[in-house]
Design a protein. Structure first.
Lengths: 258, 258
């Protein structure tokens, strides 16, 4: 590996990636010293690498001299999961048009539901998710669905770890969560009530493959005052999921979760 | 700069970025030798750097052993332009709901209109753009609007370069294009008729800042048989553009086009 003189054995590539990773959890605009600290590289190294990233367009500088993720990196990254997102988008749009509620498409990435698309209008409930954002599997309806269709051993491994509450209503009892997952798989949908955010509830169904797996899930988030409306949306959710299913199956075959 | 032993003076960072750049114009899934060729690096170098990118999640491997852009890179990159995209999304959604036509949000990046968001239903016209995709400024309605609100010198520099036709109807006459841009600015909207794709037409308006600049534009693409409907959508387009304008102004102030 080509090693940098200043970094104690870490490769240059790992430092470049660490600079990008600073934006995963940090603010959208960061100073050079914030970047250097997050990436754990010396300031001169951060300066030099950031300059190369800016020259290419992976980062951009704001008028205040802070660094933000660049549009060129965004363009390249649009290729990730594009097959599924592009194929699902019009159906997700139909789901929104039919329900007028915020519609999500999610996949499982490790212990979390990764939101790969979201459609919402200007009269939406306060949001708890964003595209490219993640939430714990056990706290969200899309996440519970994804977990419910996983193998039993994976579910047991999941609940064996600490189940952090997101709100006071998040279900964090391991055995009861396992029972809930079994019930979700039995009936084919999951709901949450103020488990992610006080004031909102959600309902989700799996996007099923022919062999009974759920590589993706779709869901609606609505005001908790509308919770009694959730069952009414199930036929629509299932119809839309069936239309996304062929693309999800192709996508899952071509690029399984890492 | 930390230089790789095998690459004749190019930095490691530049090679890592060149591997990512292979996905800008190449297929979504590429073999190692395709990546190496596109990035112009020796195969062993490509192998080593790709392994690091896969370990981090910037790339992923398909079951067939090809490389695709990874979801972790996609997540990080969602931060780019997020302020504008997130703020504009619900209004773009309203634009779609009101018109039922494919709705776009674009910004200028160099000589091209970069599509940063798009809303469409399952009954859409065959698409000519994709999110993260680009089209020449002179061929599209959103692009013509963006160019029309630029300074005269930039317009002249643009038309002085070769204006490639996308279809037989693309306007490629420099002087007439300049006159068209002046007319667009005068009346506040642009239209195209089969200039990007036979069978579709488009109409766009600027998202204006207080000082009369247009950091973004929004537009509708519809079947060319519906071309006579374009003027009917102008009040809606202008109303939606006005609602996006404050976010666009903040965004343009914070991160000007590179």
């Amino acid at each position: 590996m080509a090693r940098d003189e200043s970094g104690g054995g870490r490769t240059v590539t790992s430092k470049v990636l660490a600079l990008l990773a600073a934006f995963e959890h940090g603010p959208s605009a960061q100073s050079l010293s914030e970047l250097a600290a997050a990436a754990d590289v010396p300031l001169p190294t951060a300066h030099r690498l950031a300059a190369e990233l800016v020259a290419w367009g992976a980062l951009e500088r704001t008028p205040e001299g802070r660094y933000v993720v660049g549009l060129r990196l965004w363009e390249v990254a649009q290729h990730a999961g594009r097959q599924l997102r592009d194929a699902a988008r019009p159906y997700l749009q139909d789901l929104f048009s039919l329900t007028q509620e915020t519609a999500h498409l999610a996949i499982r990435e490790g212990h979390e539901a990764l939101y790969i698309d979201r459609i919402y209008g200007s009269k939406r409930v306060p949001r708890a998710s964003r595209v490219g954002g993640r939430l714990p599997l056990h706290a969200t309806a899309v996440g519970k669905v994804l977990l419910a269709y996983e193998d039993r051993w994976l579910q047991e491994a999941y609940v064996a770890e600490r189940l952090d509450p997101v709100t006071a209503r998040t279900h964090v009892h391991p055995q009861r969560l396992l029972e809930e997952l079994a019930a979700i798989r039995e009936r084919g949908f999951a709901t949450t009530y103020e488990e992610v955010r006080v004031g909102s509830c959600s309902v989700a169904v799996p996007v099923l493959t022919a062999d009974g797996r759920a590589p993706a899930s779709i869901g609606l988030v609505m005001a908790s005052a509308q919770a009694d409306q959730m069952p009414r949306h199930l036929p629509t959710l299932r119809g839309i999921a069936a239309r996304i299913a062929p693309s999800a199956a192709r996508w899952a075959g071509a690029a399984p979760p890492r």
